[in-house]
Ligand binder design. Structure first.
Ligand SMILES: [Zn+2]
Ligand SMILES: [Zn+2]
Length: 355
């Protein structure tokens, strides 16, 4: 009997060890010399991220598939670094999307079907990624203010989009006439869409650095996955097991039932924010330090905690609640804000089926 209990315990310990998830840092969107308007080869771009501790990278070229097997890896490649086969499906000014973890190039007929509306173009991109056994991330909706919530909401099977993109021309924060991408996200979530927010840098320029250049390191995701493989990372993102960041790192980002718990990893955040690559969102006013907001339908802030740790239990009153961490520091012309965005917890049962 004792032997039986011991062997069951050993099995449980073994099982728990096997199912332990880990956090992986990655960038889902970057360009190379192959597109004709970026400045660095696929190998050197790969080395840039490898050498800075990223765990995964998507070489997402405009309507071209870069097979990772053709990319020479750094000579000192770490075991915890992979490329995920991807493409930026680029449908002119109607929509751009990252087809994540695909088997090959997306059918060119689905890139921008003639006469298609923006909604139909995004829908075609979703189908194109599915045909190649991948998932779709709608990219930078505010680039030329191309994709509004109205364009995005009717698309079926779209569960990921770029909430933040490091390219200087993508209008993450909107303007007097246009919503910020975060406002678009809350519109979609309020209207019942199951959609998660990604952050990427969309870098094109690695040789020439400056605020008006499209440099790397301005946005990334932290994915909690069972393993560091293209399938495990892509599925974890599709299930919303990640957070998006422009520099803030978390030591805790968990959702247990309806309870959201968040804590800032201060040492890791200080390390990221001391890099010359991160770019904060500058605002004229602000308060230095860290605050955590819990946000519900219509973008309403339900609770704000000043400090580096907080938790919140979502009630039936709100169909979703999400956490946003804001790290603010003083700069010459005002205040500079960096963010981490957790994915929402839903109380209305919205969910999708695992592929
Ligand atoms: Zn693009
Ligand atoms: Zn791009």
């Amino acid at each position: 009997m004792v032997k039986k209990i011991l062997s069951s315990l050993a099995f449980l310990v073994f099982f728990a060890g096997c199912s332990s998830k880990q956090w992986y840092k990655g960038n889902t969107h970057v360009h190379t010399l192959l597109c004709g308007h970026a400045d660095t080869s696929p190998e050197e771009v790969t080395a840039w991220y490898h050498d800075r501790g990223y765990n995964f990278l998507c070489l997402s070229e405009h309507n071209q598939f870069i097979d990772p097997a053709t990319v020479k890896m750094p000579a000192d490649k770490r075991d915890d670094f992979i490329l995920i086969p991807s493409e930026e499906v680029t449908g002119g000014d109607k929509a751009h999307s990252t087809a994540l973890n695909i088997d090959g190039v997306v059918d060119p007929r689905l890139v921008q079907p003639s006469g298609a509306s923006k909604t139909q173009v995004i829908q075609a991109h979703v189908h194109g990624a599915e045909q190649q056994h991948g998932h779709l991330i709608l990219n930078h909706p505010n680039f030329h203010y191309s994709n509004t919530a109205k364009d995005i909401r009717p698309v079926e099977g779209l569960h990921l989009f770029e909430l933040h993109n490091g390219h200087p021309s993508v209008n993450n924060f909107g303007d007097d006439e246009h919503d910020s991408v975060e406002e678009i996200w809350d519109d979609l979530l309020t209207d019942g869409m199951l959609i998660y927010g990604v952050s990427s840098d969309d870098a094109h320029h690695f040789q020439d650095l400056g605020p008006d250049r499209s440099n790397p390191g301005r946005g990334w995701v932290m994915v909690e996955a069972e393993a560091l493989t293209p399938d495990a990372i892509s599925e974890a993102m599709y299930q919303g097991n990640f957070y998006a960041t422009s520099g803030v790192m978390l030591s805790k980002a968990s959702i247990d039932g309806r309870r959201i718990s968040v804590a800032v990893d201060e040492a890791a955040t200080d390390r990221e924010l001391s890099s010359s690559f991160v770019v904060g969102h500058v605002t004229p006013g602000g308060v230095e330090g860290v605050s955590i907001q819990f946000i519900g339908p219509e973008g309403r802030v339900l609770e704000t905690v000043q400090g580096t740790k907080a938790s919140y239990s979502a009630s039936d009153e709100y169909s979703y609640v999400r956490a946003k961490v804001i790290h603010t520091r003083r700069v010459e012309n005002g205040y500079e804000n960096f963010y981490a965005w957790m994915q929402p917890v839903f109380t209305d049962g919205r969910m999708h089926f695992v592929k």
